[in-house]
Design a protein around this ligand. Structure first.
Ligand SMILES: NC(=O)c1ccc[n+]([C@@H]2O[C@H](COP(=O)([O-])OP(=O)(O)OC[C@H]3O[C@@H](n4cnc5c(N)ncnc54)[C@H](O)[C@@H]3O)[C@@H](O)[C@H]2O)c1
Ligand SMILES: CCCCC/C=C\C=C\[C@H](O)C/C=C\C/C=C\CCCC(=O)O
Length: 259
């Protein structure tokens, strides 16, 4: 991994709750990319306080805008000289504007992965690296209230596993893994109350709350721990990491293919 070299990272989708506080890295160089200026600037201020000024940059960017996303990667490499770690984390929960949900949660993860490979893969003459694509435990559940969100998270797993196989077979020098958290204590969970997000599925909001009570809500620190494991374990490629309150960090296993 790039960890021993201290990064540099690009983190797409900053998360309002300050996940970076929980990353345990000695030195950090990171570009935080987010649509939301307030969130991004707060994140950068936290990083400045933790690691010293000049180690992070906030780039305001809508990941669904292809040229802007390409520029964000280029600016990161211009700033830090290289790229080692890419986290495709930006995501929304919107069943009303479901086409936007596909753009953010799936299309942008695909674009982010391809751009990451352009900057890290040996195929492009680069030095290698690590990619984490963020899916969800929603991909393993019956979620009648979130059909499109669920579809995008299935898609992220399928895309990531296929790309991980391609990376291994063609020796990209890049490991690509997927992370599937259960409920995490972030602003995303509050979208369940909003008709603007849920459309007709808002009627299930009390069911959601019951699910959260039943399964519990994770703290972001455990997601950071899972990410660190995916980044630092050189044996992991195409892994599907699940994080739940009941089982903590563990991996999904697939049956071997039979003819
Ligand atoms: N919170 C949960 O319960 C939960 C559970 C499983 C998976 N996830 C996934 O984790 C990831 C992070 O979600 P979160 O819970 O931190 O949500 P969040 O809403 O707190 O953070 C998401 C971040 O993505 C940014 N973002 C949204 N659309 C963007 C766009 N078009 N361009 C750039 N940035 C954009 C937002 O501004 C925000 O900072 C998402 O992929 C989400 O689906 C969340
Ligand atoms: C039940 C759906 C609630 C929808 C709330 C809004 C957005 C949240 C999206 C998350 O990605 C939800 C992720 C997964 C569901 C959570 C828990 C499953 C726990 C399974 C277990 O502990 O075994």
């Amino acid at each position: 991994s790039g960890l021993q070299r201290g990064g540099p990272w690009i983190f797409l989708g900053a998360q309002g709750q300050g996940l970076f506080q929980d990353f345990c890295v000695p030195v950090l160089q990171v570009a935080v990319v987010d649509l939301n200026k307030t969130v991004g600037e707060q994140c950068q201020a936290q990083l400045d306080a933790e690691f010293g000024e000049g180690r992070s940059v906030f780039i305001q960017c809508d990941v669904t805008h292809g040229d802007a996303l390409r520029d964000a990667f280029q600016r990161t490499v211009d700033q830090f000289g290289r790229l080692d770690i890419v986290i495709n984390n930006a995501g929304i929960n919107n069943e009303k504007n479901w086409e936007k949900t596909i753009q953010v949660n799936l299309t942008s993860v695909i674009k982010g992965t391809y751009l990451a490979l352009e900057h890290m893969s040996k195929e492009y003459g680069k030095q290698g690296g690590t990619i984490i694509n963020v899916s969800s435990m929603a991909a393993f559940l019956h979620s009648p209230h979130q059909p499109v969100y669920t579809a995008t998270k299935h898609g992220v797993i399928g895309f990531t596993r296929a790309m991980a196989d391609a990376a291994a077979q063609d020796d990209y020098g890049v490991r690509i893994n997927v992370l599937c958290p259960a409920f995490v204590d972030t602003p995303l969970l509050h979208t369940v109350e909003e008709e603007d997000n849920m459309g007709k599925f808002v009627k299930f909001k009390d069911d959601f709350k019951q699910s959260m009570n039943k399964f519990g809500v994770l703290q972001p620190s455990l997601i950071a721990e899972g990410m660190m494991r995916l980044i630092s374990d050189p044996s992991l490629n195409g892994a599907v990491m699940k994080i739940t309150c009941a089982k903590g960090i563990h991996f999904h296993t697939y049956e071997p293919m039979s003819a």
